[in-house]
Design a protein around this ligand. Structure first.
Ligand code: CO
Length: 167
């Protein structure tokens, strides 16, 4: 595994549409492994391939809704599509490609997606709360969208550090 560089919002690649993954080969697995290492190192909750400069429809989401004694774990979504949404949440959102900036963004409370795993098998996955937010945020990256476009307003440093409770 190797760390990859995360591009920031000045990079035009972030505004491009990622292409479908068609080959579930060792190169894809290498990419996903590198992304996982990069995500862990940067303490983020999600990462899209485009953020490491690869225009392919692959994202990682950290599942943080886990039971006691269970570890948070990464879910790999290849060629994901949202098939169901429910409810709404409004809260602070940030992005590894927009370091140090946070905004107030509304997202569904529950999201069900259909995607392929690293071997090409289809699966469905339902995320709630932060996981649902993260799924929407990462899937947006695949169509060249950043949270800044969906943001009601940016949060001040004070609001971020004071732990704003606006949900
Ligand atoms: Co992001």
């Amino acid at each position: 595994m190797a760390l990859r560089n995360i591009v920031t919002k000045e990079d035009p690649i972030l505004y491009k549409t990622s292409r479908e993954v068609k080959q579930f080969n060792i190169r894809l697995q290498q990419l996903l492994d590198d992304m996982a290492e990069t995500l862990e190192k940067s303490c983020g909750v999600g990462l899209a391939a485009v953020q490491v400069g690869v225009l392919r429809r692959a994202v990682l989401v950290l599942e943080t809704n886990v039971g006691e004694g269970e570890d948070e774990h990464i879910i790999e979504f290849i060629n994901p599509e949202i098939i169901e949404v429910e409810g709404e949440q409004t809260g602070a959102e940030g992005c590894l490609s927009v370091p140090g900036e946070y905004g107030l963004v509304s997202r569904p409370m529950r999201v069900k997606a259909r995607a392929q795993n690293r071997y090409g098998a289809w699966f469905e996955y339902e995320g709630v709360g932060l996981t649902a937010r993260c799924m929407c945020h990462e899937f947006d990256h695949l169509d060249g969208h950043l949270f800044l476009e969906k943001c009601e307003r940016m949060l001040t440093e004070e609001e971020v550090n004071g732990g704003s409770e606006e949900e």
